[in-house]
Design a protein around this ligand. Structure first.
Ligand code: HEC
Length: 199
């Protein structure tokens, strides 16, 4: 018995030394052009998926966002259009670079990311709203996904989630129409500011 424990302990020590030598050697390729081997990929993605589920559990989803996310109630949802427009504004400004959008391409920086930023129309179909909220607020370490908690209030982040719930059913034409409406609003605001300035 004692002998078995001794052998197991010695094996563990040797494995640890080999692992440390490997880490120090620089042999592992951190290049984005060299995909992680399958088992490592599994470790990262499973850790990340389950971490999000665990930490998002218990977040209370605002009623209007809940209605919007459910196919049965989404048509008649009370989520007001100003909330969705606010979410769109943030999305169009900050997320398209990496995630693209209906009818939109990723930027050059987005194309170079590893891991790649997923299509959020699909994520919104697969993940419940509290998971989307948690990821946007906290970000995901060691991926390109930033956390927006330091710069955005919860209500702004819920507006982004509301927009994603809307985006999951949007065509490129719908998106372009929102962009157009947004630009004309922006111009209107600018004109108002400018005319304000003149008086
Ligand atoms: C600099 C690039 C970058 C920007 C900007 C960015 N993201 Fe991400 N995002 C990522 C990457 C990379 C991932 C994948 C992380 C991973 O593999 O765990 C991700 C993951 C996500 C996820 C999880 C999706 C899923 O299916 O698991 C959500 C939700 C998300 N981002 C929302 C947003 C929103 C909303 C914005 C804008 C406010 C944004 N992201 C801006 C790179 C970015």
């Amino acid at each position: 018995m004692k002998k078995t424990i001794g052998i197991v302990a010695a094996t563990l020590v040797v494995e640890l030394i080999v692992a440390v030598i490997f880490i120090w050697s620089g042999l592992y390729n951190v290049s984005t052009l060299s995909p992680d081997p399958g088992p490592l990929k599994w470790i990262f993605s499973t850790t990340s998926d389950n971490s999000v589920k665990h930490h998002a559990n218990g977040i209370t989803v605002p009623q209007n966002v809940k209605e919007l996310s459910d196919v049965k109630t989404s048509r008649n949802s009370q989520a007001d259009s100003s909330m969705i427009a606010e979410g769109f504004d943030h999305y169009n400004d900050m997320c398209v670079t990496c995630h693209a959008g209906p009818g939109l391409n990723k930027s050059e920086a987005g194309i170079g990311l590893y891991p790649q930023a997923p299509d959020l129309a699909r994520s919104a179909k697969e993940l419940p709203p509290q998971d989307l909220f948690w990821v946007i607020k906290n970000g995901v370490k060691s991926t390109g996904m930033p956390g927006f908690a330091k710069t955005h209030s919860d209500s702004k982040i819920w507006a982004m989630v509301a927009f994603l719930e809307k985006m999951k059913n949007m065509t490129p034409q719908d998106y372009a129409a929102m962009e157009k409406a947004n630009t004309s609003m922006g111009n209107m605001n600018m004109n108002m500011k400018m005319s304000h300035h003149e008086h």
